[in-house]
Ligand binder design. Structure first.
Ligand code: C5P
Length: 396
């Protein structure tokens, strides 16, 4: 597990020494990149001694010494790049794609998770220019450990102190753990709506966007799982690095799920499967000659219930969208479908509906436990659900 610690020029740079020693005690390898300004605040020699590696600050030094290009080799080496303290300057440079020194160049080149721990004067921190840049970076997947409030080195009081070293170290350790806690596990995720055709140009469906299932698939992949995503029609981008199977009807989803089920250890049945389908599908477009049109619907197979019947050692996770008595209905499904977990959300609540970016609800466990999750981004709900399942079921 490798961390590149980027130290930029702020008074909190000296805390880099403690961050290195704390990470090393946890068995994490740390290499340090300093900006020129950071060298004014703490000596490279201190950081070199603590990390056990040369401290990097010159983009071209090793290029001439041993034909290595540091920003590329460090970028590849890093599982995580932690920038602590992060100045307004480095945050804003990265936001705008500026790569004019070793640290900013390495951040641009890495595929590892980049985490900023900002520290600066409170007015600088609150400056809307910086706040906009932070928001833009967050949208691109960069992470931030927010600064604490308190007396700042400049004498001002407010938000801007580097977060506690304990919290920074806990965040990094948590992220590294997440990176591979599903390594070697095959996961099956279903997502999106199904379409039940009436004739070649008409179907009944539901407003499921697929976002919750896609967030689960992406979170599993980021934790090292081999992910198979069976998806109904959606308009969203499929996550990178997962195997995608596109289906339309509940029956197609049933067949795809059954063919993959035997090789998977965890199944997330996030899809909003149509419960009924027309008993006859017209082979030609139905004409509007008649004043009324009666369609008889027949029941679709309950895919998850069938998995519950067939399951051996698999972990089955169901999703239930309800509008009333949400916990009672979900508990009933948990038992009837022989599930290990069920996440239930009240779709009548703002922020927990079908097609939005957020979700919230209750995760019920087969052992009788229940965990409430307040409304937040679907990506975060996905991570929280995984945390619970991994802690209780895999415990690697
Ligand atoms: O019974 P209900 O449809 O509310 O249960 C929801 C859960 O069951 C979801 O996980 C959904 O993917 C799954 N399901 C299924 N096949 C169906 C209906 C629902 O797998 N025909």
């Amino acid at each position: 597990m490798n961390v590149v610690l980027g130290i930029t020029g702020g008074i909190a740079a000296y805390k880099g020494a403690e961050i290195i020693s704390r990470l090393k005690k946890k068995g994490i390898d740390v290499k340090v990149i300093m900006t020129e300004n950071a060298k004014q605040f703490i000596s490279p020699l201190t950081l070199q001694t603590l990390s056990g590696y040369p401290v990097y600050y010159d983009t071209f030094k090793h290029a001439t010494e041993n034909y290595e290009i540091d920003h590329i080799s460090l970028a590849k080496w890093a599982d995580i790049m932690l920038i602590a303290p992060a100045t307004a300057n480095i945050i804003s440079k990265v936001c705008h794609g500026i790569a004019d020194d070793l640290l900013s160049t390495t951040i641009m080149a890495t595929r590892g998770q980049v985490v900023f721990a900002p520290a600066m004067n409170t007015n600088m921190y609150k400056n809307p220019i910086l706040q906009d840049n932070i928001e833009a970076l967050k949208k691109r997947g960069y992470m931030f450990i927010p600064p604490a409030k308190g007396l700042l080195a400049c004498g001002d009081v407010g938000e801007g102190r580097l977060a506690e070293v304990d919290d920074i170290v806990a965040e990094v350790v948590g992220l590294l753990r997440q990176r591979d806690d599903l390594k070697g596990t095959k996961v099956l995720v279903t997502a999106g709506p199904t379409r039940e055709y009436i004739d070649p140009v008409r179907f009944i469906s539901n407003p499921s966007s697929g976002r919750m299932g896609y967030a689960i698939a992406d979170a599993c992949r980021k934790r090292g799982a081999e992910v198979h995503l069976i998806t109904g029609p959606t308009n969203i981008k499929t996550p990178v690095g997962v195997h995608v199977y596109r289906v339309e009807t509940a029956y197609e989803m049933y067949d795809a799920v059954m063919s993959l089920f035997g090789q998977c250890q965890i199944v997330f049945k996030t899809a909003a499967v149509g419960d009924y389908r027309p008993d006859m599908v017209s082979s030609q477009k139905i004409k509007k000659d008649a004043d009324d049109l009666v369609i008889r619907f027949v029941k679709n197979p309950d895919i998850l219930k069938e998995l519950g019947r067939r399951k051996k050692n698999q972990i089955l996770v169901g999703f239930a969208a309800e509008t009333e008595n949400i916990e009672a209905y979900a508990n009933k499904k948990l038992k009837e479908k022989n599930l290990d977990f069920i996440f239930v959300n009240d779709v009548s609540k703002t922020g927990a509906g079908f097609a939005g970016d957020t979700n919230g609800g209750i995760l019920l466990c087969a052992d009788g436990d229940r965990l409430e999750m307040s409304i937040t981004k679907k990506e975060i709900i996905a991570q929280r659900i995984l945390d619970v399942i991994i802690d209780r079921k895999l415990d690697k």
